[in-house]
Design a protein around this ligand. Structure first.
Ligand SMILES: Nc1nc2c(ncn2[C@@H]2O[C@H](COP(=O)(O)OP(=O)(O)OP(=O)(O)O)[C@@H](O)[C@H]2O)c(=O)[nH]1
Ligand SMILES: [Mg+2]
Length: 862
């Protein structure tokens, strides 16, 4: 039985049927050898969220599946018996092929690696077959109605992309088993249609296909194909070859988008890393490290250093929980950080309650400038601390002691694991001594700082007297009490709503997080006269070429929420407000660009509303003979006839396709009339209309690039080029249309459809390989006996088939690759169809030219 079945299987030949080669028997397993499909299974494709499948892809898969199943059901095999999305394979050219049919006797003993796989494989099995097989304990041949049931489940999968019964997330068998048992119990448990975004006819078809009673399920050829006809309208509008080119282009564009998105993510990660580094080290130093340079220690002549410490911190910590201490210090240092941002200073470090800041490092200006920055900052911090409340001890006044000193120092990076930018020299010690010998809520400074501050306008200093400083001896020191003209408000920013560092929380990509709480930030600015961090808010605003879609979206979003952000510049430390609108320019630019596809960029110089001029058209608007023209104001582009089936060997003008698709964002224009010049309402269809030789208005094709199923027209008058499997050579074009119309009429009148007297697929003559009529656009041409020679390499009839991959050459490759394994099938069997239009190349001269892509796939069955 199996041998006969295999013979039949080997004779099957259809673009949508995966070729079966034979079996390879091993001691404990049987390998099925079949054609390899580069893009793996439909289930894998649907699960891959990176792949955007628009309705054209889905419709094309459905159409291929239906064609394959019609062929299979009309073949001698009659039944698939194992239809599921893992057995619908996708070729490198995005054609769907039905695989793993038949051989139920061999599968009967199949062992599953785990229970999940067993139960999962039953999700496509109809209730009556579940009962018959006792939930997969036995394998049966299956039935055509069972295949239809499986098709219904696959259709649902195609729409939801969430696996059969939307169980994509469940990887344990219990849930899957529950579902299978519910189906088997005959309770009409089926995938949910609630909230499904698809048109009514799709849901109807699904419901019909998975009817509880097999006799209520429709057949593929007459009912399913007819019911789903509106879905294929998009495909038929183009001919299959145009469609394939468009599909491949779309795939390519998707890949480009994906690369762009990933690049944007990478860029963002890099930005975060750099940002993190820049928070740990001064910017210039971080940049040197990022550039791979070592940082040489640098000496600075006269910098001013600030030290502060909390008086009684040890006592406070002793009386508090560690978490309270962390919360307290976090609140305090967030406040400090927000203040010091306004000054030209660098925060060196915090050690416990100690806070160290320097001005003059790593970029040095003048002695007085740096002393002035630190002096003003110290007064500002002191003012803020007076009003500061310890969160868990609101009654206590925080006692901060501040010390300043001016002098020379050396700065450099120490350590490799956690590199730190440190200051060295006696100036650091002296500044620390000034702090430790100071008094709470006072700024204590050395004589050198006093000298410099005295030279700057407005600083008020009082001599403290002579102090014996440990390790230094007697020193005259001073109190910095204020600065004339500067009133530091005791209020401080609402640090709880202050912008958070965007390196740790992954909230928004692209630096928009700074604006997340715009109003809070503005409030903070107004309350405290503090500025926003211009640096971080502007980081997104750098214009850059080739915005990724993620960035485009972000910029668009930012634009929508955009407000003028008051930004505070500190020429006089806290007196003036300005307004910046950092995002405006780049947004304008990116939003203009976002509306266009990449292809459009190439044609940007052309006007976006091209005038099409028809040439050689008749009164019906049909185009004759040679080329049409598109006039772009002053430029003419020749529209070539679709070339692939033309005897003069013209080629499809892909550039033009690109151009047309690039114009898809152009708003619609009035439909065509018969005047010689008109506007293009929708570019892509226009091309297909041009090449098809007829002009009709086409509204459905104006939909966006990824329309939902709702966008599909309910009923679209069939206007199509013929596709593979159509019996055009026998019927002629008109007969084909008549047959369709007749079927439409009968179905709409509720008349039964009797078996087709002229089947699309001629049943294979007994003992001979089925001959499949291959037509498509070729049939529009006078057959000259060697039409195949004119087929381009991507012609559907050649999809995934090496022209030289005759069975014998495949067999030789297989035999070579598996050595002396037993092969069930005779290699001498000639698989070339008797009436094949392509002469069979002699086996000896058959080059194995497709070696880079394996053509065989051996799936293991234990
Ligand atoms: N790329 C590629 N992947 C394949 C091919 N055939 C199968 N696969 C992968 O292997 C998975 C499992 O396929 P099979 O081994 O046939 O198992 P199954 O379809 O779940 O079960 P049965 O066919 O009933 O044995 C598929 O989902 C694909 O991911 C192929 O031709 N090409
Ligand atoms: Mg399989």
């Amino acid at each position: 039985m199996t041998k006969i079945e295999m013979k039949i299987m080997r004779q099957l030949c259809h673009d949508n049927i995966n070729s079966f080669m034979g079996l390879c028997l091993r001691p404990n397993s049987v390998c099925v050898v079949r054609e390899f499909c580069a893009k793996s299974s439909l289930m894998d494709i649907l699960r891959n969220r990176d792949l955007k499948l628009d309705h054209l892809f889905i419709a094309s898969f459905v159409e291929d599946l239906i064609k394959g199943m019609i062929y299979l059901h009309e073949s001698e095999l009659k039944v698939h018996g194992n239809l599921k999305s893992t057995n619908c394979l996708i070729t490198s050219r995005w054609a769907l092929q039905v695989a793993d049919f038949g051989l139920h006797e061999i599968r009967d003993d199949q062992k599953w690696d785990c229970d999940y796989l067993l139960w999962q494989s039953l999700l496509w099995t109809s209730p009556e077959l579940l009962k018959e097989t006792e939930y997969g304990k036995r394998t049966v041949k299956g039935t055509q109605k069972g295949d239809v049931y499986a098709f219904g489940i696959i259709l649902h999968e195609l729409i939801t992309r969430q696996g059969p019964y939307q169980l994509i997330e469940y990887q344990d068998h219990t849930k899957v088993e529950d579902v299978v048992r519910s189906v088997g119990e005959g309770t009409c448990f089926r995938p949910s249609l609630a909230g499904l975004e698809c048109q009514g006819y799709l849901m109807d078809t699904m419901r019909l296909c998975w009817s509880e009673y097999p006799e209520q399920r429709p057949d593929f050829k007459h009912v399913i194909r007819h019911k789903l006809k509106p879905m294929f309208a998009g495909i038929y509008k183009r001919n299959i070859m145009d469609h394939m080119v468009v599909m491949m282009e779309k795939y390519q564009n998707q890949l480009e988008d994906l690369v762009e998105e990933r690049t944007a993510e990478l860029r963002e990660e890099k930005r975060r890393t750099e940002h993190l580094l820049q928070r740990m080290l001064p910017k210039s130093v971080a940049q040197q490290l990022l550039n791979g340079h070592s940082v040489v220690p640098e000496s600075f002549p006269s910098v001013t250093i600030y030290f502060s410490d909390i008086v009684g911190f040890t006592k406070i910590s002793g009386e508090s929980t560690p978490l309270q201490v962390v919360a307290f210090l976090n609140k305090l240092y967030t406040l400090f950080d927000s203040i010091i941002k306004q000054y030209d200073v660098y925060k060196v470090e915090t050690i416990g309650d100690a806070y160290m800041v320097v001005s003059g490092v790593p970029s040095y200006k003048t002695e007085s400038y740096h002393a002035e920055q630190i002096g003003t900052m110290a007064l500002h911090l002191l003012a803020a601390v007076r009003d500061f409340r310890i969160p868990h001890r609101p009654e206590d006044q925080l006692m901060l002691r501040i010390g300043l000193h001016t002098g020379s120092c050396v700065a450099g990076v120490v350590g490799k694991t956690m590199p730190r930018y440190c200051l060295f020299g006696d100036t650091v010690n002296t500044a620390s001594r000034m702090e430790s010998n100071g008094e709470p809520l006072k700024v204590h400074c050395s004589s050198s700082t006093h000298r410099v501050l005295n030279s700057v306008d407005g600083f008020e200093l009082e001599e403290r007297g002579i102090l014996n400083i440990k390790g230094k001896g007697a020193m005259t020191t001073f109190w910095l009490t204020g600065r004339k003209g500067f009133v530091f408000s005791p209020s401080y920013p609402d640090y709880e709503t202050e912008e958070e560092p965007d390196i740790f929380p992954r909230r928004e990509i692209g630096g928009c997080s700074s604006f997340n709480n715009t109003s809070a930030a503005m409030r903070a600015v107004q309350n405290s006269k503090l500025g926003l961090n211009r640096e971080s808010t502007l980081s997104l605003a750098r214009p850059k070429e080739g915005h990724s879609s993620i960035l485009k979206r972000l910029v668009e979003r930012a634009k929508n929420t955009e407000t003028s952000i008051p930004a505070y510049f500190t020429p006089a430390n806290g007196v003036s407000f300005g307004t910046i609108n950092p995002l405006t320019r780049p947004i304008e630019r990116s939003s203009q660009e976002s509306g266009r596809s990449q292809a459009s960029n190439r044609f940007r110089r052309k006007t976006l509303t091209p005038k099409l001029t028809r040439h050689n058209h008749d009164s019906n608007g049909r185009m004759h003979g040679s080329n049409g023209r598109i006039a772009f104001d002053d430029e003419d582009i020749v529209v070539r006839k679709r070339s692939t089936s033309l005897p003069d060997g013209e080629v499809l003008n892909l550039e033009l396709l690109d151009l047309y698709s690039s114009l898809s964002a152009v708003p619609s224009h009035p439909p065509l009339d018969s005047s010689p010049s008109f506007y293009s309402p929708s570019p892509n269809p226009r091309l297909s209309q041009l090449v098809d030789g007829s002009f009709t208005s086409d509204s459905s094709a104006r939909s966006s690039q990824y329309p939902s199923y709702r966008d599909l027209p309910e009923i679209v008058p069939r206007k199509r080029s013929l596709s593979c499997g159509d019996k055009l050579s026998m019927l002629g074009l008109e007969e084909e249309e008549d047959e369709e119309e007749e079927m439409d009429r009968r179905l709409s009148n509720g008349e039964p459809l009797e078996a087709d007297s002229s089947p699309l697929i001629t049943p294979p003559p007994k003992g001979r390989r089925a001959r499949k009529p291959r037509k498509s656009t070729l049939s529009l041409q006078p057959t000259d006996g060697n039409v195949l020679a004119k087929k381009p390499f991507w012609h559907p009839s050649l999809r995934d088939k090496s022209p030289d991959a005759s069975f014998s050459s495949l067999w030789r490759r297989l035999a070579k690759s598996i050595g002396d394994e037993t092969l069930e099938q005779s290699p001498n069997c000639n698989r070339r169809p008797v009436n094949s239009r392509q002469p069979t190349p002699p086996p000896s001269s058959t080059p194995l030219n497709n070696a880079s892509e394996p053509l065989l796939n051996a799936s293991l069955m234990v």
